[in-house]
Structure formats: C-alpha cells, structure tokens
Ligand binder design. Structure first.
Ligand SMILES: [Zn+2]
Length: 168
C-alpha cells in the first residue's frame, strides 16, 4: 500500500452519526465547527499545505493523551492546526509545503460511527478562525453534498504527486 496520501485530493467528511465536517457545522453546547474535517483512513500521512514552522505539538483531549495535534505557523503568523495527527515533524522544524507533517489517528475508537478524518483549522494571532474551505475546497459534485466536495490541490501537492507517481 502506498503510505502517502495528499491532503489536496481527499474529500471532506460528510454527515455521520456525530455531525458534519464543514466549517460552521453545529457542535455540542451551541458551538460551531471552527475548521474543516478531511476524511482519511487512520495511518494516512498528510503533507503540509503551507510553508511555515512547527510551533506546537498539542493534545486535543485532556482525558486521552494518545490524541495529538500539530500547529504550523506561517510567516504571516497564521496558525494552521491539524488535529488527530500523530506529529512527524519536530517542534521548531521547518514545515515546507509538501513536507509530511503527521499521520492520521484513529478517532473511530473514541466516537462511535464517526468518519475517520483529521481536523484542519486556521487561527489568527488574535484568536479568530478563518475558513480553510475557501483555500482548498471549491468543486461541488452534481449531488451537491459536502461529502463529494473535493479538496483543491495546491501546486506543490501536484508536483509531489507527479514525482511520486513517476517513482512508483
Ligand atoms: Zn473538526
């Protein structure tokens, strides 16, 4: 099995027993989803969509420290945060576009019926969340379902994919 998947070609998480993956989707306690969920099986290796530096390795859940997140900060000081990824880049490391940043963890062990995915959010230095959809999700399927939306592939991913295909 090819261990490397490219975020740019993975679909958004659609509706499942636990909710939906789009930006602004309702969450428990009247909150809204402040990022997007990108469907991917556990073990999928994810590439950085931006140039930046690894500024944080964190823990989404206080009661289960096996789950992790990795934060990459761009030169414009946007914090790109990837949840439920096992970090594969060290704190302080350069995370250039196309570098492998982490491996998708198995959320299905925590939430019954959830689509396996990782969460991607962009937080500004003043604490506002930007919508990553506008950066990466453009194309609707004929069904018009969020599930069928395709993550747009940034040029570096395309180059990487072409290189990878040639080598295989
Ligand atoms: Zn999410």
């Amino acid at each position: 099995m090819n261990p490397i998947s490219i975020m740019g070609v993975l679909p958004l998480r659609g509706s499942d027993e636990q909710g939906s993956g789009y930006f602004g989707a309702p969450r428990r306690g009247g909150r809204t989803h402040n990022g997007i969920d990108i469907a991917a099986p556990p073990g999928t290796e994810i590439l950085s969509p931006i140039d930046g530096k690894v500024t944080k390795h964190g823990y989404p859940y206080k009661d289960d420290l096996t789950f992790r997140y990795i934060q990459i900060t761009s030169s414009q000081n946007f914090h790109h945060r990837f949840f439920y990824l096992d970090p594969l880049l060290e704190l302080g490391a350069d995370a250039e576009e196309g570098f492998i940043i982490g491996r998708v963890q198995d959320l299905t062990s925590r939430y019954r019926g959830i689509t396996s995915h990782f969460h991607y959010e962009i937080k500004t230095e003043w604490g506002e969340y930007l919508n990553p959809t506008e950066l990466y999700l453009q194309e609707n399927s004929t069904a018009g379902e969020a599930q069928a939306k395709v993550v747009k592939m940034p040029p570096a991913f395309k180059r990487y994919l072409e290189k990878h295909r040639k080598g295989s």
